[in-house]
Design a protein around this ligand. Sequence first.
Ligand SMILES: Nc1ncnc2c1ncn2[C@@H]1O[C@H](COP(=O)(O)OP(=O)(O)OP(=O)(O)O)[C@@H](O)[C@H]1O
Ligand SMILES: [Mg+2]
Length: 252
Amino acid sequence: MSAPVAELRGVSLALGATPVLEDVSLRIEANDYLAILGPNGGGKTTLLKLLLGLHTPDRGQVQVLGDSPRRARGRVGYVPQHVRFDLEFPIRVQDVVLMGRLGRRSGARIRAGDRDAAHAALERVEMQELAARPIGALSGGQLQRVLIARALSQQPELLLLDEPTASLDERIGRSVWELFEELSQEMAVVVVSHDIGAISRYVHGVACLNRRLHAHPSKELTSDILEATYGCPVDLLAHGHPHRVLTEHGEP
Ligand SMILES: Nc1ncnc2c1ncn2[C@@H]1O[C@H](COP(=O)(O)OP(=O)(O)OP(=O)(O)O)[C@@H](O)[C@H]1O
Ligand SMILES: [Mg+2]
């Protein structure tokens, strides 16, 4: 078996007094397109931060691209769930994306190819027309697309996205899920999302995280899996055909 792109082995982590992850093991292989879903506070963002080396496990090991997460960070693209940007700061869309190129290396000199890579990344999220816009003059969904472009511009080997489609409208949301699928031919893609409909339509595997992690090699989401993860019934959309597979709260 070839070396995985990333691996967590028996990872436990508490933040303050809160046990956040317990005995979590997960292998991410090349060309994976994996969704992580689970309730608020289930530990999804924390798991991504472990892969970025922003948290260290109390127990267990994390390896990324054959290295420690911290050393591998320059080869990992990340779209955070919450971005703290000074939206008044007069920086343009294309410069935000260029920053993704610079983040990979020491020194801040722009090299040949950086602008082309930034432009290509903006094209992939259909934002090239707004390249010269100040970042503060974007809608929430446009900003989210720029952040995806910033992560793509660095041509990562592992792409981690934390609820990247939360403020996208349906058309753009769909095209972004399709873009991730395309990207998974070049890199491993891990998407945290609550969009069960999109997950069941697009991704290749699902991991359910609620302190403990349950990985499912196929994207088949059964009511049992969701119930075990969320602890309550959830509406499930599968393959574009809405159908109720679960009873309402309180129904027998
Ligand atoms: N820096 C911190 N210090 C203490 N507790 C924290 C810290 N960061 C996160 N937590 C706690 O860890 C748990 C998991 O948080 P995390 O952000 O990973 O959840 P999540 O699954 O991403 O949730 P959401 O769907 O709301 O984004 C929560 O109970 C949260 O309050
Ligand atoms: Mg989160």
